[in-house]
Ligand binder design. Structure first.
Ligand SMILES: [Zn+2]
Length: 315
């Protein structure tokens, strides 16, 4: 039997967007990815409608859930003959991030890029290799033992607490960071402060009002509790960035993260009922399914499957 959330040190919070303390129950979720114990509650703000986890774990408690099994922190594990396929998929994810940013920002050797929630750092390293730009990373988990970290100006800790120079970055990226953040509005203010004038901020998060959420409900991979603090719909993502004074350059109903992952993982989570997804067992069905759905996935950008991205400019 899984432990109840009461076994963890929790805190009651007010709405991240409007500050209201009034809310109604929305859903209960588990850590479907790693299978760690606990049941976590999301509520809907009565005032603005934002969906957020409440109560939430204290920061020290939630850190325990960012194990090396957590997807963003995985290394190329020993997956036998499928290792190269896994490496290719992880490399493709970084290449797709670059493809996504290319239309919006021109980078060169004078540019400086900050990746918030940089995890294992492979995206920053690819940026440097491609554009010869300076690369800076922030993460609350120490990942400096990963290869290449000596090339990254790395800052360990919470983004909103960092002492970073103002007016310094041409581009700040937040790939699947904001939905984990304990103070998203402060992080957005920090990004405002640190960007050069007309600098670009790119934020990708799961999209609550998407097809995969409709399919999977509380087993939707975007719920990913207790790590995800807020489940953003398009409306609420646009509202929170607007509150911090960014200009919207573009909104995309997709991201660099493969929408198919949510389609696959949600189906697996439904079957596993909180037992956790073992990468080694999942990898073959994952790629087989991807092959099978390839014609459908050609149109993933138009199907509002799982992700969303906003491209913002500092005014
Ligand atoms: Zn609210």
């Amino acid at each position: 039997m899984k432990k109840l959330i009461l076994d963890y040190k929790t805190e009651n919070i007010c709405c991240y967007l409007c500050g209201s303390t009034e809310s109604d129950y929305f859903l209960t979720a588990e850590d479907d990815l790693t299978g760690m114990p606990g049941r976590f509650i999301f509520v809907r703000c009565r005032s603005c409608g934002l969906i957020y986890q409440n109560p939430r774990l204290s920061i020290d408690e939630v850190k325990r859930f960012y194990t090396d099994d957590y997807i963003a922190h995985r290394k190329n594990e020993k997956l036998g003959p499928l290792s190269p396929l896994y490496s290719w998929a992880m490399g493709k994810h970084d290449r797709d991030k670059i493809k996504l940013i290319e239309p919006y920002v021109r980078l060169n050797s004078d540019s400086c890029v900050l990746d918030v929630g940089c995890s294992v750092g492979t995206f920053l390293l690819l940026l440097k290799k491609t554009y010869h730009c300076s690369i800076v990373g922030v993460d609350f988990k120490d990942t400096t033992y990963y290869p290449g970290f000596n090339e990254i100006d790395f800052h360990l800790g919470l983004f909103y607490e960092q002492k970073l120079p103002a007016y310094s970055y041409d581009l700040i990226t937040m790939w699947h960071f904001l939905e984990h953040d304990y103070r998203p509005r402060e992080s957005l203010q920090k990004a405002q402060e640190c960007l050069k004038d007309k600098g670009i901020l790119i934020i990708e998060v799961p999209r609550l009002d998407s097809l995969t959420y409709k399919l999977y409900g509380s087993r939707w991979p975007g719920v990913q509790s207790p790590q995800h603090t807020v489940l953003y719909s398009k409306k609420h993502l646009l509202e929170i960035v607007k509150k911090e004074g960014f200009d919207l350059v573009d909104y995309l109903a997709y991201g660099a993260f493969p929408a198919y992952f949510y389609l696959f993982a949600g189906a697996a989570f439904k079957m596993l009922k909180g037992k956790g997804l073992t990468l080694k067992k999942a990898i073959l069905p994952y790629f087989t399914g991807q092959l099978f759905l390839a014609p459908f996935l050609l149109f993933e950008k138009y199907l509002n499957l799982s992700m969303q991205t906003v491209i913002l400019k500092k005014v």
